[in-house]
Ligand binder design. Structure first.
Ligand SMILES: Nc1nc2c(ncn2[C@@H]2O[C@H](COP(=O)(O)OP(=O)(O)OP(=O)(O)O)[C@@H](O)[C@H]2O)c(=O)[nH]1
Ligand SMILES: [Mg+2]
Ligand SMILES: [Zn+2]
Length: 496
């Protein structure tokens, strides 16, 4: 194994190299890239459709049915070029780059009307811009059959022109799925959003080569109803089975669906029309129960027992910050970004220690709403981070769109707040983007009460409160979430 391959294996432990199996983003079947099927080129071959995809689909061909010509081009039995590939199990098309390396999977969960679809659409839009301008990385939609479904959402929010009022539809539980026949049974599979990340021409990084930086991502957005606890698990409806392969789960938490928070905001005179709608509909969702459903499904799909942790990060994205920010204590206010320019090196980096610090403040806010949500999150995932995000940066308005009165925003006028933080934190965690830390001084030090392989329990000096932190917090200066005082977390070496 070469030095650089070794380095990559160490730096990206969950990612696989070429010739290692890849995973289908549609049905999560694991297979060797050479086993990928081809999509027939000559129309006559597809006259009878495809046995898995139905009568109107192009026939899929196994590798043994395809020949390579003298120029190395794959051809079907009628001599037509067959450049497109498909999964050997579900026969759905797979972009070529997914055959190079297993994608990184991201699941998005949370209550209906919690802001998942808006968050995801705006996050991806902002992320692409930030990676391009600050990290010299391009992050583009992969060429797939599902592409248009998602670019349409982005266009509505950002490219309608003329300051038009616009809105995104609710995601329906029985929404748009791919239907395929597996083992003689019709099965519904969710449509992934596929992205290809690769360095641009100006990318400079000493540790990783450009090739190693090429990576695909598969993300899934479902209707909130599918995460309700106790839903019937129909084995032919595989809408949320991505939870079984997810490399991180984003839980979009909506504080506006908590009864106490609703009353506090109304008492403070908050007039967000979305909040008023939720109050009018009496929409209150215990989000700890929803998290329990996510955990139960993720463990079931991974064959984990109830006491084992899911070894991925849980990214709790607390949405609609524009509405609930007034409930944070004044010392807990959060500025608008964590990407810093480092003059000495002349590069941008993600100030992930700042995200870790902010996470503790947002954790305290969620802990007030639902202590059981926090306990459950920390008991079931190896790392948990809390992020304050807002897709809009301000309230939507009730407006006339296409003859209907809808909660709407003006296309191109959104002012997103920290929407990309969760995925940037995750990318830094995988060493896909540069991290950076600022020098800080603090004389107030927390006491380490206990430690284990995962992390340590610290006691804050003034408030006397205890908290369990993972090892990324060692040596950081954080703010005691109970009183706002700066406190240094000691360095820690081995578990005792
Ligand atoms: N104030 C505010 N409202 C938001 C924000 N993002 C979304 N909303 C509102 O939240 C509501 C629900 O947003 P969606 O993104 O459709 O919610 P969802 O979680 O995808 O819901 P389902 O598709 O039903 O699961 C919409 O009416 C939006 O107007 C935000 O950043 N701030
Ligand atoms: Mg939705
Ligand atoms: Zn498949």
């Amino acid at each position: 194994m070469s030095q650089s391959t070794k380095a990559l294996k160490k730096r990206l432990p969950q990612l696989l190299q070429k010739n290692d199996p890849t995973i289908c983003p549609h049905c999560w079947f694991e297979f060797l890239p050479e086993k990928a099927f081809f999509i027939a080129g000559h129309p006559e071959l597809s006259a009878g459709g495809d046995p898995v995809l139905g009568n109107f689909a192009k026939l899929r061909l196994s590798p043994s049915e395809v020949k390579v010509d003298s120029k190395g081009v794959f051809r079907d039995s009628k001599g037509y070029h067959v450049p497109d590939r498909a999964c050997p199990r579900c026969h759905l098309q797979i972009p070529l780059e997914l055959l190079e390396k297993r994608p990184i999977f991201l699941s998005v969960a949370g209550p209906s009307a919690g802001g998942k679809t808006y968050f995801l659409t705006v996050m991806l839009h902002v992320l692409r811009l930030l990676l391009n301008t600050k990290f010299d990385i391009s992050f583009d939609y992969s060429d797939s059959a599902e592409l248009k479904t998602f670019t349409d959402l982005e266009d509505k929010l950002f490219n309608m022109g003329g300051d038009k009022w616009t809105f995104l539809e609710k995601t329906f539980p029985a929404g748009i799925f791919n239907v395929v026949t597996l083992d003689g049974v019709k099965v519904e599979l969710p449509k992934p959003i596929l992205f290809l990340m690769k360095p641009t021409a100006t990318f400079v990084e000493d540790k990783l080569t450009k090739k190693e930086m090429v990576q695909t991502f598969a993300l899934y957005d479902n209707a909130g109803e599918l995460f309700e606890l106790g839903r019937d698990l129909d084995p032919t409806f595989r809408a949320i089975e991505h939870l079984g392969v997810a490399d991180a789960i984003m839980f979009v938490f909506d504080p506006l669906q908590d009864e106490k928070t609703q009353s506090k905001l109304i008492k403070n005179g908050n007039k967000d029309p979305g909040l008023l709608e939720l109050v009018k509909e009496n929409k209150i969702v215990p989000q700890d129960k929803m998290l329990l459903s996510v955990i139960t499904n993720a463990k079931r799909l991974r064959n984990l027992n109830h006491s084992e942790k899911i070894e991925i990060p849980l990214l709790v994205c607390v949405q609609k910050f524009d509405v609930w920010k007034s409930l944070l204590p004044s010392w807990a206010m959060i500025d608008d970004g964590s990407i810093e320019f480092f003059q000495t090196k002349g590069v941008f980096g993600l100030d992930y220690p700042e995200l870790n610090r902010n996470s503790l403040l947002i954790r305290a806010f969620i802990n007030d709403i639902s202590p059981s949500f926090v306990t459950m999150a920390e008991a079931n995932f190896t790392s948990v981070r809390f992020f304050s995000v807002s897709a809009f940066g301000g309230s939507p308005e009730m407006s006339e769109v296409g003859g209907e009165t809808k909660l709407a925003v003006r296309s191109g006028h959104l002012q997103p707040f920290r929407v990309a933080d969760p995925i940037l934190w995750f990318m830094r965690n995988l060493k896909l983007i540069r991290g950076a830390t600022k020098e800080n001084q603090c004389s107030n030090t927390a006491e380490i009460v206990a430690s284990d392989n995962e992390g340590f329990i610290v006691k804050f000096p003034d408030s006397g409160k205890r908290i369990k932190l993972d090892r990324e917090y060692a040596g950081l200066i954080v703010r005691d979430p109970w009183n706002g005082k700066d406190v240094k977390i000691p360095m820690i070496d081995k578990p005792n």
